[in-house]
Write a protein that binds this ligand. Structure first.
Ligand SMILES: *[C@@H]1O[C@H](CO)[C@@H](O)[C@H](O)[C@H]1NC(C)=O
Ligand SMILES: *[C@@H]1O[C@H](CO)[C@@H](O)[C@H](O)[C@H]1NC(C)=O
Ligand SMILES: *[C@@H]1O[C@H](CO)[C@@H](O)[C@H](O)[C@H]1NC(C)=O
Ligand SMILES: *[C@@H]1O[C@H](CO)[C@@H](O)[C@H](O)[C@H]1NC(C)=O
Ligand SMILES: *[C@@H]1O[C@H](CO)[C@@H](O)[C@H](O)[C@H]1NC(C)=O
Ligand SMILES: *[C@@H]1O[C@H](CO)[C@@H](O)[C@H](O)[C@H]1NC(C)=O
Length: 365
């Protein structure tokens, strides 16, 4: 009985593999020409691309977020944590080679977290130590809009608590995922006035079943064609979408669909709408769906493409690395290239960015 069950399970796994392989003709492979190594990059917290296709890497240089960064059991920075990072935290990188072209953001950030670039190439960042959200016009090294009070956590209209990410709606409006403590989503006017909010923090046995009780909304993306604002609810290990309220104002913030079900791919750290390929890419911490390679059970790669309806389409990985348990350790954020054929994975443990591509490539050697 047990062995019949076992062979049935293996058969199922083998079939799953072939289904995955058949679905994506071109398995993504790591781009051998891209490397961010040797450039003093610290914990990578966020990545995004601008309209030229250049890659922005937001990282913590020589200042990791450690147990000493905040006062014990508080959301307030310690004396050490309050010293801003002296080195450049934002690197603008060639998307083909991984080499730095320029950089900025020194003596300003305490704990870099989210970075997003809007349609006008304006750069938006969040800092979980300062509890603030910043807007930098293209080319500027100082922000022209600052939201939240420096170092002061809170949950009212003028304060955030470890805000995690930003994304953009229409008409210059934007959304903030706030964050590690409050677990709410806030919508702002282009000038930074709060327009709407939803979601409360809850962590108990049933909180992952309710779409309005969140536990660390960590990453946001907006899908204009379906007017959906999608959220990686990290500690609940799921990703959900809410109505953006542009096609129907009354529906703003109401639950629309689940993209990644609870525990489907482990904690969901990042979610990104790959517009060029009309798919959603997510990064999970671990996977509960092992598959079989050469008779071995393998935990699959940690970034996945989904259709807008939540059907898993493919996974992004170098299978050799997966077999060797190599590749990314913990993908904190991701983005895709302009043409949607590459994915950039920001690894917070290995302090680097991985690039996987669906293009046919010639591997030298
Ligand atoms: C996959 O990763 C292995 C180990 O890092 C590397 O040697 C190999 O070149 C990679 N293969 C591809 C196709 O990227
Ligand atoms: C870009 O700038 C234009 C002109 O100022 C403005 O109308 C538009 O809303 C801006 N887009 C974003 C995403 O902010
Ligand atoms: C979770 O917390 C909510 C709000 O406090 C409460 O209504 C609910 O009963 C709790 N569920 C469990 C299983 O404890
Ligand atoms: C979900 O979003 C789609 C696309 O915008 C919309 O047509 C549909 O009415 C929404 N459903 C719910 C339940 O809000
Ligand atoms: C998800 O996984 C966690 C940790 O193993 C477990 O406590 C929880 O019950 C699971 N939730 C569901 C809905 O499977
Ligand atoms: C990597 O570089 C080699 C040698 O210049 C080139 O032949 C190959 O096409 C490049 N691969 C990619 C993915 O750009």
């Amino acid at each position: 009985m047990a062995s019949t069950l076992k062979s049935l399970i293996s058969l199922h796994l083998v079939i799953s593999i072939f289904t995955i392989l058949a679905r994506c003709q071109l398995l993504p492979v790591e781009d051998p020409n891209f490397s961010t190594d040797g450039q003093e990059i610290g914990m990578v917290s966020a990545v995004d691309i601008d309209s030229d296709g250049d890659l922005y890497v937001f990282h913590r240089t020589d200042r990791p977020w450690t147990d000493d960064t905040f006062l014990p059991n508080r959301n307030v920075l310690s004396a050490i944590g309050k010293v801003p990072i002296s080195k450049d935290t934002i690197f603008i990188v060639d998307p083909n080679t991984g080499r730095k072209k320029s950089s900025f953001g020194n003596n300003f950030f305490n704990i870099p977290h989210g970075l997003k670039i809007d349609a006008n190439d304006t750069i938006w960042t969040t800092d979980v130590g300062r509890h603030q959200v910043f807007r930098f016009p293209k080319g500027a090294t100082q922000p022209d809009l600052v939201l939240g009070e420096k170092f002061v956590p809170g949950d009212d209209e003028r304060h955030f608590c470890k805000p995690a990410d930003v994304t953009f709606g229409r008409n210059g409006e934007f959304f903030v995922a706030d964050g590690y403590c409050n677990s709410r989503i806030l919508k702002f006017s282009r000038d930074g006035y709060l327009l709407f909010k939803w979601g409360v923090h809850l962590d108990n046995a049933t909180s992952a079943l309710n779409p309005y009780t969140l536990n660390t909304p960590h990453s946001l993306t907006y899908i204009e064609k379906e007017d959906l604002i999608c959220v990686a609810d990290r500690e609940h290990s799921r990703a959900l979408c809410y109505n953006g309220g542009y096609t129907n104002g009354l529906s703003l913030g109401s639950y629309n669909r689940t993209l990644v079900g609870v525990n489907e791919t482990g904690k969901v750290f990042a979610i990104y709408y790959n517009k060029a390929a009309n798919e959603i890419v997510t990064a999970g911490e671990i996977s509960r769906e092992p598959f079989l390679v050469n008779g071995q059970l393998i935990y699959p790669p940690r970034a996945f493409s989904y259709s807008l309806s939540g059907q898993k389409l493919s996974s992004w990985a170098n299978i050799t690395q997966v077999v060797a348990k190599a590749g990314p350790s913990l993908i904190h954020d991701l983005c895709t290239s302009k043409d949607g054929q590459d994915v950039f994975l920001g690894d917070i443990v290995q302090h680097k960015v991985f690039k996987y591509t669906r293009r046919p490539i010639s591997v030298v050697g």
